[in-house]
Write a protein that binds this ligand. Sequence first.
Ligand SMILES: Nc1ncnc2c1ncn2[C@@H]1O[C@H](COP(=O)(O)OP(=O)(O)O)[C@@H](O)[C@H]1O
Ligand SMILES: [Mg+2]
Length: 617
Amino acid sequence: MRRAPATALPGPEPTERRDWQTLKSLFPFIWAYKGRVIFALGCLLAAKGANVSVPLIFKQLIDGLSLTTAQAFIVVPAALLLAYGVLRFSTSLFTELREIVFARVTQQAVREISLRVFRHLHALSLRFHLERQTGGLTRDIERGTRSIGSLISYTLYSILPTLVEIGLVIGILLVQYDAVFALITLATLTIYIVFTILVTNWRTALRRQANELDSAANARAIDSLLNFETVKYFNNEEFEARRYDEQLQKWIRAQLANQYSLSALNVGQAAVIAVGVTAMMWQAADRVASGEMTIGDIVLVNAFLIQLYIPLNFLGVLYREIRQALTDIERMFGLMHQHREIADAPDARALPAGPASVRFEHVSFAYDAKRPILFDVAFDIPAGSTVAVVGQSGSGKSTLARLLYRFYDVQGGAIRVNGHDIRQLTQDSLRGAIGIVPQDTVLFNDTLFYTIQYGRPDASRAEVEAVARAAQLEGFIAQLPEGYDTRVGERGLKLSGGEKQRVAIARALLKNPAILIFDEATSALDSKTEKAIQAQIERAAEGRTALVIAHRLSTIMDADEIIVLDAGRIVERGRHAALLASGGAYAQMWLLQQQEAEAQHAPAPAPLAGVAAPRGA
Ligand SMILES: Nc1ncnc2c1ncn2[C@@H]1O[C@H](COP(=O)(O)OP(=O)(O)O)[C@@H](O)[C@H]1O
Ligand SMILES: [Mg+2]
C-alpha cells in the first residue's frame, strides 16, 4: 500500500544549529550577486578603515601640536587636518555606497525566495491546503520575507561592521603598542558580548511572559464585558473586577521584572566597559609617565575604545531581533521543506494530445487510512464516450473526479489514461487534458471576462464570447450594466449558484480538453436552464471523453454507461433503459425523482373533490 509519509517535522535540534542551517539556506540567494556582494564588502572595509584612521590622525595632530617648532605647527597640522576631514567624510560616503549597492541584493533575494515559496505552495497537495489555514500561511510568508530584510540589515550593517572594526582596532593596537592593550580590549569585548547575550536570553523569557499576561488580562476583560448580561443577572460586578485585577497585578509584576532586568543589563554593560576603559587608561598613563607613549597615544587608545563601544550599546536589541528574524525565516523555509505528496515520477512521461480513454482499475482509496471511501471501483470510459455516475451524497462520486485529476493517489489499483498509469504521467500534461466543472465553484474576485478567460488565458475575446454563449450566459451578461466587465465579488459571491455554475462550464469549455468532468455541474440550475444547458453539455461532450456526475437522473439518460455508486461500491451499471427495466436502486431513484418533479410542476392543490364536480349527470 502506498502511504504518504507523514509531513516531516524538524526534530528537536539545538537552536544554534537550526539558526546556522537557516543562514546556510539563505546564503545562495545572496551569493547569486557575487559582484555586488564583494563590492559592498569592499565599501564596508573602506568605511571602517577610514573610521579607524580618524583617531590615528587625531593622535598625530595632538603629537604635532605638542611640538614647539613654529614650522611644524603650520605644516604638519594643515595636512593632517585635511586628512582628518577627508577621512570623516569617506566613512559616510563608503557606508552609503555600500547600502546603495547592497539594497538590490536584498530585494532580489526577498523576491526570489517569495516566488519560490509561492510556487512550492501551489505544488503542494490539496490535502495540505485543506488542512492549513490560508491566513496562517500568508502570515508566515509575509513575516519570513520581511525578516530577510531585517536580518541582512542587522548583520551586514551592524554586526559585521562592528566585527571588522574590532579586528582593525585590535590589529592596530597589536602592531603599534604593547600586547596588553589588545588583550584588555579583547577581554572586555568578550565579557561584554557574552554578558549581553546571556542577559538578553533571560530577558526574552521575561518579556514574553509580560506580553502573555497582557493578552490574558485583555482577554479576561473582553470576556467579562461580552457576558455583561450574565454578570448583571448574578450581581457579580465585584467578582469580575477582582478577577480582572488579579490578572493586572500579575502583569505589573512581570512588567517590573522586565524593567529591572533592562536596568541590570545596562548597568552590567556599563560596568564592564568602565573596568575595561580604566584598565586601558591606567596602562597607558603608566607608559606616558615612563615616556614610552605620548599624550597623542593616550587620546588614541581612548578614542578607539569609545568608538567601539557605541555600536555595542545596541547589541542586546540586535541580538534579540536577529534571533526573531531567524525564527521567522526558518518557519518560511519550513514550508519549502513540506514534502510534496503528489510529485511527478522521475521518469514521468507527458500525455500526448488527442483523444483519451479513461480506465479505473480496481481502485480503492481512503483520505484517511482509518476510513476507506472507495472499494474496488472499476469502469472504462472509451475515448469519446460518456460515463455517468450517480449515487447518494457522500457515496464517493466527487472523489472519483479528484482521483482522476490526481489530487490524491489511489491506494489500490490504478487509474489509466490511454493505458498509462496516471502516476507515470506528468501532472502538467494530465491536468492539461482534463477540464473540470467542479461541484462548488470558487471564483477569483475579478471581472466576468477575466473569470471565464481563466480557462485559457490566451483565448481571444471571440472565443470567450462563444463559450459564454454555449453556457447560456449571454442573456445574463447582456442585462448587466457593465456586461463582461462586471466584477464577480470575492469568491464569486455576487453571482447566484446557477450563474457561477454556468461560468464554470464556460471556462471548462474554453480549456478545450480531451476529457471533461462535470461534477453535479447543473445542480444549482432550475430545470428550464438545466435543459437548455444540457444540450450544450452534450454538444461539448461530443467527441470527448466525459465523466458526468449527476444529481438529476434526467440529465444522464443518454450516457453510454451509468454507474450507480453506493458507499464507495458500484452496485449497478448499464444503460438507462436496462437499469430501469431491472428495477433496482437506479429505478427507485428514478421513480422518486419523477414524483418530486411532478409534485413541483403540479398546479396548486386540486380543488376538493366533489365541490367543483357537477352533481349528477
Ligand atoms: N478531504 C477529505 N478528507 C476526508 N474525507 C473526505 C474528504 N473529502 C471527502 N471526504 C469524505 O469522503 C466521502 C465521499 O465524498 P465525496 O466523494 O465528495 O462524495 P459525493 O458522492 O457526495 O461527491 C464523504 O463521506 C466525505 O465526507
Ligand atoms: Mg460530490
